[in-house]
Design a protein around this ligand. Structure first.
Ligand SMILES: [Zn+2]
Ligand SMILES: [Zn+2]
Length: 176
């Protein structure tokens, strides 16, 4: 969705956008969106400066970082993006006090870009199915939320197996 800044009225304009993640060009590995991305966006257009602020909501599914089960997550976050008109500052120098501002050098603003960036920031890198998810036992590969494992606490299984293997080999050698 492209906004033509030249014809944008002064002051605040409100928009509501309801698009699927696919349409917005959002593709995050192992994340499946279960709802469209609902965005409410306001543009404040004052001479020389444009402020885009909004709120995004959606839902997604991904794998729990500990046990791998399908876990649901929600997105509900806000964003704000400031643009200054490049012509407002001679020579195109950006005001050093305003590092969060970007120079707006185009006549158009792509809303989908704004929303896409906000969604990418809002999706957490790691999701756990529950706070006390016990994860997968590295020894027996059992899901410890569902099954009890018989691994002895404090014993690192792969190492123990290696010891047994060495014993076996020695025993076999002894017989020879
Ligand atoms: Zn889990
Ligand atoms: Zn185990």
């Amino acid at each position: 969705m492209i906004i033509d800044i030249k014809t944008l009225r002064q002051g605040v304009s409100h928009y509501q956008i309801n698009e699927t993640a696919e349409k917005l060009g959002i593709d995050i590995e192992d994340v499946k969106f279960t709802a469209p991305v609902l965005s409410t966006v306001a543009i404040n257009n004052v001479p020389g400066q444009l402020t885009v602020s909004g709120r995004i909501k959606s839902g997604f599914e991904t794998n729990c970082a500990r046990c791998g089960c399908i876990s649901k997550g929600n997105i509900d976050s806000t964003f704000e993006h400031k643009y200054v008109n490049g012509e407002a500052f001679p020579g195109g120098e950006l005001n050093k006090d305003a590092l969060d501002e970007e120079i707006l050098s185009r006549d158009t603003l792509d809303f989908f870009d704004e929303i896409r960036q906000a969604v990418l920031l809002a999706v957490p890198e790691k999701v756990v199915c529950r706070e006390n998810c016990k994860g997968i036992c590295p020894g027996c590969n059992k899901n410890l939320n569902k099954d009890k494992c018989s691994c002895k606490p404090g014993v690192i299984k792969p190492f123990a197996e290696l010891k047994n293997l060495l014993k076996d080999t020695k025993a076999k050698k002894g017989k020879m």
